[in-house]
Design a binder for this molecule. Structure first.
Ligand code: UDX
Length: 486
């Protein structure tokens, strides 16, 4: 086929996030950055998340500001009234394979009919764990696919080594010493233990475990994409360079939420990515924070997905209260496992406590909270977005990871970057109490040196001339080149 060179075309990028808050948010930051480079953008959500987006954000003013932006939706294959937090990842993947894949193909075909306003898709940027849905379709329709893996680089690198660890009998390791060092993952020999491996490795049998095999498959499938985009920066430079052996091209453009702010600061635009997106934010905590002394408040949040058992919740509560520190706690209605809606109950404890040393909300404006001068520490599950948001704010962390990449992230936080403590696999109020005191008072000085250093690295990366700033320029230019060749 003869390809024509076209000099003045605005690329059209179709973005497809995995349908969860922690994946949608970084994808939306990237979409806004591409939109501000005058790209045409189609952002594809599942119907369920599209409805939440319409309900909780001011899409009209956003689209007025970015007329080159459109939102589309496809079915997830899940019934509308099912409780999302009660689903397993397998439920979601099976449903998406059956319903979302053909719907995404149809959508790409319909977008391929070029109009005066919109040219056909230049490329697809899809979540790196959606290769099962996007690879075949983009190859069939000859639309280049770029994978945005919203987890960090270390997590992907570890996945490339899991087949060998399984073959060597290192996995499964349950019932063995969880502190046993993991050998055979270059760059991680000195600090990775069994308990720090991805949550999917905690299985009794490895060969037929659906999720473990699924994520291994998706990680290797990503190498078929034209490029890998990672929400990371210099703190993972060594592992990114190791990953280079698997990919034609890697763009590191993190922390994305900060890069968006840095690149779009003069635009003063309404944003979808900086808000809670799928949840209504309770901003009353900002007023409470305004009346607290500098660096005195511990912010406690478990992201959008993690559930805690009653026992964990009770140990957490006692640890926080007994530490004597001020805290702002996010209790999502679905935070308590197996008791949908029960998380709302502790809100009653908030009554009359506002003037005291604690405050509870069901969903906080997290980036704003972490940037508030009154916040001095972060107790987090260690999701990658939360970790990056804590890093950018220069706030040291206590990680209480529960699954997935959180086990890896928390180990890097404590042992590699030394910006916090890792309390994985414990559930004890007195440990929480001690760690909170250490973070806020006793060991504060020793942890703040590296926290400030890593925060500076993050800011340098996203400011003009920094690595992520330049890599985004490179990505934009490469997509423009693709558009000229269509
Ligand atoms: C999930 C996984 O659990 C996580 O490990 C993975 O890296 C991404 O997908 P989630 O658990 O929601 O994400 O955690 P995280 O990555 O931290 O994302 C949560 C997002 O929700 C953050 O951007 C945070 O700012 C936002 N949030 C959370 C709020 O805005 N307000 C809140 O009250 C809680």
């Amino acid at each position: 086929m003869i390809r024509m060179e076209r000099s003045h075309v605005n690329p059209h990028v179709v973005l497809l996030p995995y349908p969860l808050q922690g994946h949608i948010k970084p994808m939306m930051s990237l979409a806004e950055l591409l939109g501000s480079a005058n790209f045409q953008v189609t952002f594809v959500n599942t119907n369920h998340n599209h409805d939440l987006l319409l309900r909780n954000t001011d899409i009209t003013s956003f689209c007025n500001r970015f007329p080159n932006f459109q939102f589309r939706s496809i079915p997830s294959g899940l019934p509308a009234n099912v409780i999302r937090s009660g689903l397993t990842a397998k439920d979601v993947f099976d449903a998406m394979k059956a319903m979302s894949k053909p719907a995404f193909r149809d959508l790409l075909i319909s977008l391929g009919e070029e109009t005066e306003q919109r040219q056909r898709p230049t490329c697809v940027i899809a979540d790196g764990i959606l290769c099962f849905l996007t690879l075949d379709v983009s190859e069939e329709l000859q639309i280049p696919l770029l994978a945005l893996r919203t987890h960090n680089a270390s997590y992907s690198w570890i996945y490339f080594h899991l087949p060998k660890l399984i073959e060597d009998g290192h996995i499964p390791f349950l019932d063995e010493n969880m502190d046993k060092p993991v050998a055979g993952i270059p760059g991680f020999e000195n600090f990775l233990r069994n308990r720090d491996l991805p949550g999917t490795c905690r299985v009794k049998t490895s060969d037929d475990d659906y999720l473990l095999q699924f994520f291994i498959g998706e990680t290797f499938a990503m190498t078929r994409a034209s490029a890998l985009i990672l929400n990371t920066f210099e703190i993972e430079a060594p592992v990114v360079s190791l990953l280079g052996s698997h990919f034609t091209k890697i763009y590191t453009i993190g922390p994305l939420h900060k890069l968006r702010k840095s690149r779009m600061k003069d635009i003063n635009s309404p944003s979808v990515s900086s808000s809670g997106i799928l949840q209504k934010e309770d901003t009353s905590c900002m007023t409470w924070l305004n009346s607290q002394p500098p660096k005195s408040v511990l912010y406690v949040s478990f992201g959008s997905l993690v559930g805690l058992t009653r026992e964990q919740m009770s140990e957490l509560w006692h640890g926080l209260v007994n530490s004597g520190q001020r805290f702002l706690l996010v209790v999502r209605p679905d935070l308590i496992l197996g008791e949908p809606g029960a998380g709302a109950t502790p809100l009653a404890q908030n009554k009359g406590t506002e003037e005291r040393n604690r405050f509870i909300v069901s969903w906080a404006p997290q980036e704003e909270v972490l940037a508030h001068p009154a916040v001095g520490g972060f107790l987090t599950h260690g999701g990658w977005n939360s970790t990056l948001e804590g890093i950018v704010a220069g706030v040291p962390m206590i990680c209480w990871p529960q699954f997935s990449d959180q086990f890896v992230n928390s180990r890097c936080v404590s042992e590699v970057w030394k910006i916090g403590f890792d309390m994985k696999d414990t559930c004890d109020g007195s440990i929480i109490e001690k760690l909170v005191r250490d973070l806020m008072e006793n060991k504060r000085e020793e942890i703040m040196g590296s926290t400030d250093r890593v925060a500076t690295m993050a800011h340098d990366a996203v400011n003009e001339g920094g690595s992520s700033y330049r890599n985004l320029d490179g990505l934009i230019e490469d997509i423009r080149l693709m558009a000229r060749k269509i």
